[in-house]
Design a protein around this ligand. Structure first.
Ligand SMILES: NC(=O)c1ccc[n+]([C@@H]2O[C@H](COP(=O)([O-])OP(=O)(O)OC[C@H]3O[C@@H](n4cnc5c(N)ncnc54)[C@H](OP(=O)(O)O)[C@@H]3O)[C@@H](O)[C@H]2O)c1
Length: 326
């Protein structure tokens, strides 16, 4: 658990860990297609800490807890890293999840990671069929007992955030936000800013799309969750692909990889406090960490925003990448 900060609010503490954070969904090994070796995941974590990426994000649901287990093993194997790393995890609510369910989620995460305390713990996804105040009461209890330090939520809309705030001091909201997916700007991001809730973005490089590596006809290995997103729907992908080609032109002019520009664009948006980027190996971690270096001309961001604006106007009006309505 991080010992960087003693008595600060979460936004200050996230700042201390830098804008870029390590996402570890792929470490779970079962939802990204292809093999994910534990050795690669371990090496990725070591490289991340060396490069100053000391906020790790995981969840009880990533590989049925496998990602959490690996993080725990890594931190136990390296006490110096353990003292630096800020750990965030999540529990995915089952239908009608109550306070006890969420509290037990924390206990199970602690057990899997072999930790006494988790820095930040999120309710992973809201459900429309339940009172969200109940599981949040369970996370509040975990905070009062010192099992977690901060309570967060993820993928909430404004009404759900308001409901949660009735019973919980929500300090972080994690949501999908990138050059392709701008929905949070409409209400959620301003709401979080207004209420002093830290905004943590996920899929910040659109699950790899904003590296520019997917061609006109992308193919996925079996079991890769990305294939089912709105972005790759047959009528949507050609528009996204065309925008990526335009963004590549901006990156060429700026003499920076598109990945760097995409990460820095998210980090530069008002109200964003932490940019999660997932990685599967050392090379990806190193490439992403290098995004932090150097200045980027505001005109570069302006060109990117203009391309993104045009694309956003053309995308289907759905509330999340997977069209999920729980
Ligand atoms: N709260 C939630 O509901 C929620 C949802 C999704 C994610 N998250 C969190 O946010 C984190 C980040 O989001 P994400 O993983 O969905 O998407 P992302 O960070 O936009 O993309 C990560 C993926 O892109 C590819 N990639 C990363 N760096 C690369 C590079 N330099 N060059 C080429 N490819 C690269 C890797 O997959 P390949 O090598 O397979 O292409 C990697 O797994 C997750 O790991 C997780 O911790 C939370």
């Amino acid at each position: 658990m991080s010992t960087l900060s003693t008595d600060t609010d979460l936004i200050t503490e996230l700042n201390q860990h830098g804008a870029l954070s390590l996402g570890t969904w792929a470490f779970g090994g079962n939802q990204w297609g292809g093999e994910q070796s534990d050795a690669d995941s371990f090496a990725s974590m070591a490289t991340a800490v060396e490069a100053g990426l000391t906020h790790f994000d995981t969840a009880g649901g990533y590989g049925g807890g496998h990602s959490e287990k690996l993080i725990g093993e890594f931190l136990r194997s390296d006490p110096a890293a353990k003292s630096k790393v800020f750990v965030a995890s999540k529990v995915f609510p089952k239908p009608n999840a109550d306070a006890e369910f969420a509290y037990n989620g924390v206990c199970k995460s602690l057990e899997r990671m072999g930790l006494d305390q988790i820095d930040l713990y999120y309710l992973h996804w809201p459900r429309n069929d339940m009172d969200l105040r109940e599981p949040l009461k369970g996370l509040e209890r975990a905070r009062e007992e010192g099992l977690i330090r901060y309570v967060g939520v993820s993928n909430f809309n404004v009404e759900q955030l308001e409901q949660g705030l009735e019973v919980s001091r929500i300090e972080a909201h994690q949501f999908c936000y990138n050059l392709i997916w701008r929905l949070p700007e409409q209400a959620v991001l301003p709401f979080c800013q207004h209420h002093g809730i830290a905004s943590v973005t996920y899929s910040s490089i659109a699950q790899g799309v904003l590296t520019g590596k997917f061609g006109a006809s992308p193919a996925f290995q079996e079991g890769d969750a990305r294939a089912k997103t709105v972005i790759f729907e047959p009528e949507v992908w050609p528009k996204v692909h065309a925008a990526i080609e335009q963004l590549k032109g901006v990156a060429k002019d700026a003499c920076r990889p598109l990945t760097h520009l995409a990460i820095r664009w998210v980090a530069a948006q008002q109200g964003v406090n932490s940019v999660l980027v997932g990685a599967r190996n050392v090379d990806q971690v190193a490439a992403n960490a290098a995004a932090a270096a150097g200045d980027i001309d505001p005109n570069v961001f302006a060109r990117m925003t203009a391309i993104s604006d045009q694309l956003a106007a053309d995308l289907p009006a759905v509330t999340n990448l997977w069209r999920n309505e729980f």
